[in-house]
Design a protein around this ligand. Sequence first.
Ligand SMILES: Cc1cc2nc3c(=O)[nH]c(=O)nc-3n(C[C@H](O)[C@H](O)[C@H](O)COP(=O)(O)OP(=O)(O)OC[C@H]3O[C@@H](n4cnc5c(N)ncnc54)[C@H](O)[C@@H]3O)c2cc1C
Length: 606
Amino acid sequence: MGKNFFNRDDRDLRFVLFEYLKVADLFKYDAFKDFSLDDFEMIIQEAMKVCKEVIGPTNQDGDKEGCTYDNGDVKVPKSFHHAWKVMSENSWISLNGNPEFGGQGLPNALTGLINELFIAANMAFMTYPGLSISNARVIEHHGTDEDRALFLEKLNTGVWTGTMCLTEADAGSDVGYQRTKAVPDPKSKDPRIYKIDGNKCFITCGNHDLAENIIHLVLARVEGGPPGTKGISLFLVPKIWVNPDGTLGEPNDVFCSGIEHKMGIHGSSTASLIFGEKGGCRGILLGEPHSGMAKMFEMMNEARMGCGVQALGMTAASYDIARQYAKERFQGPPFTNRRAERVPIIQHEDVRRMLMNLKAGTEAMRAMIGKLYYMIDVSEYDPDEAARKKAFSKVELLTPLVKAYISDLGYMLIRDAIQVLGGVGYCQEFPVEQYARDCKIVSIWEGTNYIQAGDLVGRKLPLEGGQVYQDWIQGIMDFAAQHKGDPDFGKDCELLLKAAQDTNDFPTRYMQYFGGEKIKVVPLTITRFLDCFSETLMANLMLEQGLVAREKLKGVKADSADGIFYRGKIETVKYFCRNILPNVFARHLTLELEDTSAVDIPEAAF
Ligand SMILES: Cc1cc2nc3c(=O)[nH]c(=O)nc-3n(C[C@H](O)[C@H](O)[C@H](O)COP(=O)(O)OP(=O)(O)OC[C@H]3O[C@@H](n4cnc5c(N)ncnc54)[C@H](O)[C@@H]3O)c2cc1C
């Protein structure tokens, strides 16, 4: 076993859930009426224990040992087996899954932030349950009663695991270029059974020895289907065929031809899969032919939100190590008194700056993710259809921000954590360098971050004629205007107002650029627009938290643990607004310059 570095402070997580989002409000929904705050507290404490005692110890040796491949078979790091057994036997796999099919039926808001803890304990390990439960949800929504009975409980309880199979060697971002084929199985009387033929690569958890079966959800083109994404269908392809009585049948001609050797997440198997090499691979069509992309997008969207949680988990874990280390490491006298004794590096201003980047960044990520998952609960469980619809639109708008901005910010912040540790940060004694390696994938998979920016501008801005975005940005401006005279946060609200105006200038200008000579400014700046919108939104959420913290501070002693937490929150909110939010102004300047030098330069000059 490797060293266990899981040492999370859950105070901010509990602040977000109980004091900021007020998850107790969710008890009004039928689905959650039997839960209490005590239940939630207990679940968080138990999750912390599992992280500390079971999953955390597998992180470093999972990284060192990695997955191994031998003639089609893949073995996960040895320590993962015990952790999987504990997760599976104690119902940790599917916290927000449907209780009818083995899930725990907890709110998404709670589940999202508990997953932050699990990922902080071991990101690579958590890819196995993560994909299984979103795979199960697609089958729940689009399978038949028989599919649900055969597959869901086993996926939700860790008896089997799931995958999502989109990528092919020539079809990455360009997912519509799929070559995998499907033809109705001439031997089957069931019209939903097809023969599958094609190769997929980069399939997370595509083969391993953690569970007895793997349920692949595979995109393939039914012969004769239209080109592009419109002609793609979705198939459920078990590694081992499942008989109608639920027992395992014959292997289903899915061969793993190798695994990738990666920068990080070594314990997560990334497989190349050949479907139908011997002509014997069968898949079950989910829904109508040619309707697969929309269904796969349900899983993809869930995974995109999960990307934000992944980056948050690893950044928060890095921050925990960095702040602890900075309190214990002595170097040099204070900047203001060169003759004094050496002090812990946490007292040096530049180390404070980096720690504050980590603290403010992590808390802002958590605020945004908490908000997103809370809105999912509203969108799924509110009895009022209009409220559900409104919340769902917000979830749609927020998803690319959570995926892209948080994954980029997380990677950048882990760099700061390495810097706080100095030379040991660069070495393997502490897992911070591992978090950096593990975190990088989050900006790439589930659609690269540029693809997210395209999604934001191309699909999410136009939602309901642009009203969803307009309402949100206007809401931020109204908040800023309302609080600009605030004695603590007035200056920050002025910054927020300007940031919201600058952010809003991007789509305003895009309307002029589309169809005109400056069209290339659009793809050159959309990732910046996504970053601006994210930081503005986060600053708004942080300021809301600052107001809550200030109110709570009145009821506690300033030097009590809670008092220190609330005072810390107030300073952290100011730091975010005064040190991170102003990035919006620089990005906006680049928009105003309408610079196209990146595309004007001759290609041969590269
Ligand atoms: C560890 C790992 C696990 C993965 N797990 C899975 C999985 O479980 N299932 C699965 O299906 N896939 C999986 N993938 C694949 C992953 O989703 C793809 O790698 C990703 O979508 C990018 O595709 P690509 O690698 O082909 O890069 P490319 O599409 O070749 O992109 C390369 C670069 O070009 C940019 N680019 C591409 N097209 C455009 C464009 N039109 N305009 C502007 N820029 C563009 C991209 O943003 C990127 O910066 C995984 C990948 C890895 C590395």
